[in-house]
Design a protein around this ligand. Structure first.
Ligand code: CTP
Length: 414
């Protein structure tokens, strides 16, 4: 259980913070809500108090004997501000302390995550751009707003990131220090990251397909994590039904053939590629244009042919992506056996890193957690048994490690 302080600034998106609060509370966290005066115009105190089960304060003048303006910030494990309006960003960047929330921001020593929401013009205004840069420089984690429909008829960047994205960002910040450092320093800024997620479908006829049980969650977590670290992310989503992150470009695909085409195109100028999807290895040799009918009592024999090995193809393509990461879902008897299978697969595929997980007993598909061993050609780079968000960050750390070695001057490589 962690102590989360949820700051809410005065924007119409304040109502979406109710969902976020519910998610935090359901996760067993103790949440204290500190709205600004203007936020209460959108969502009243009673709602916040009922949803959090705790008193709600806006000003530094209530319960002065408890010194809340200092204590709340000091005691929090994480501060999340959603929505963070242009005015709140300006006050935070200026170091103001004119209400309880800005006092909290000055006294907090834990990670501070801000989820902006405002009109596109305000987000792009040089004043806001400078305020965001100042806050990021100081270690505040300012998410990029989502692109889409805003209040009124206009649309563009400025929507509050999806509560799901804010929730997952918050979960990874509660994870460990290494993750917080990666997110704070935006160590993927300027890099193109391409992630594939989900499981492909190979059509048998217009209504039937061959598929697999991949939920796409690890790939989604990777895309979210890379975006949070400042990367420019493209997600190739194969039949993913869960919501996709709001700040990544999504290219939807169905079959392994589609996935291969999209990945080959996107990988060309990518700095990091992660093949987290589960492509079908076989596809019907011929797909029927009409629904296959039963033929009396006779069964059905399908002729299958192998699909493209996307990972092996992008690993041998020219130009090749900077760092290529593959996954190995294996059913192995022991960690040693898993590693052996992983090494052979890495060599076969020609990728730089392989994330090995043991799927014996269907332990991974659809689950929130994951247990992985990340290997390169010579050694184990990292192991993690954790929430898929934290695992995603460890995979990105490992990819950045390979990238750093690739870019080291020749003399140092000796
Ligand atoms: N992969 C791919 N194209 C395929 C099959 C798999 O790009 N047609 C990728 C997966 O996305 C994953 C890696 O290859 O990153 C390993 O997937 P896995 O299913 O473990 O390996 P397979 O190649 O299918 O090998 P095998 O089933 O023989 O172990």
């Amino acid at each position: 259980m962690s102590r989360i302080l949820l700051g809410v600034a005065g924007g119409i998106a304040a109502y979406k913070a109710c969902e976020l609060l519910r998610r935090f509370s359901e996760g067993g966290h103790e949440v204290t809500v500190v709205p600004t005066r203007n936020a209460l115009t959108f969502v009243g105190e009673a709602t916040w108090a009922a949803l959090s089960g705790r008193p709600v304060r806006t000003e530094v003048w209530s319960d002065v004997h408890e010194v809340p303006h200092v204590r709340l910030g000091q005691e929090a494990d994480l501060v999340v501000v959603a929505p963070a309006t242009a005015d709140l960003l300006a006050r935070a960047a200026g170091g103001r302390a004119d209400d309880l929330l800005t006092n909290v921001l000055l006294t907090a020593r834990c990670p501070v995550l801000m989820a902006p929401a405002m009109h596109t013009e305000m987000w792009r205004h040089p004043a806001t751009v400078a305020n965001v840069a100042t806050l990021r420089e100081r270690g505040t984690i300012v998410m990029d707003p989502a692109d889409g429909r805003l209040t009124g008829a206009d649309s563009g960047p400025g929507r509050l990131p999806d509560p799901d994205d804010i929730h997952q960002a918050a979960s990874s910040l509660l994870g460990d220090d290494a993750t917080v450092t990666g997110v704070r320093t935006r160590d993927l800024a300027g890099l193109k990251v391409v992630v594939s997620a989900g499981g492909t479908h190979e059509a048998l006829d217009p209504v039937r397909f061959l598929g697999n049980a991949s939920s796409g969650r690890q790939g989604l977590a990777l895309a979210r994590a890379a975006a949070l670290r400042g990367g420019r992310v493209t997600l190739a989503a194969a039949n993913v039904s869960e919501p996709t992150p709001s700040s990544v470009e999504v290219r939807r695909v169905v079959s392994t053939g589609d996935l291969g085409a999209v990945m080959r195109e996107e990988a060309r100028d990518a700095d990091i590629v992660v093949m987290a999807a589960a492509p079908a290895d076989f596809t019907p040799a011929a797909s029927s244009q009409t629904k296959l009918k039963k033929q009396g009592d006779a069964g059905l024999t399908l002729e299958l042919r192998q699909t493209m090995d996307v990972l092996a193809t992008i690993s041998s393509d020219h130009p090749r992506a900077g760092v290529i990461v593959g996954f190995a879902a294996e059913t192995a008897e022991s960690p040693e056996a898993l590693l052996e299978l992983g090494r052979a697969k890495l060599a076969r595929k020609g990728c730089d890193l392989l994330v090995c997980n043991n799927v014996s007993g269907g332990a991974v598909f659809g689950a929130a957690g994951n247990a992985v061993t990340i290997i390169d050609r010579d050694r184990i780079v990292a192991s993690a048994t954790a929430d898929k968000n934290v695992v995603a960050h460890r995979i990105l750390d490992a990819a950045l490690g390979v990238r750093a070695r690739q870019h080291r001057p020749a003399a140092e490589k000796e």
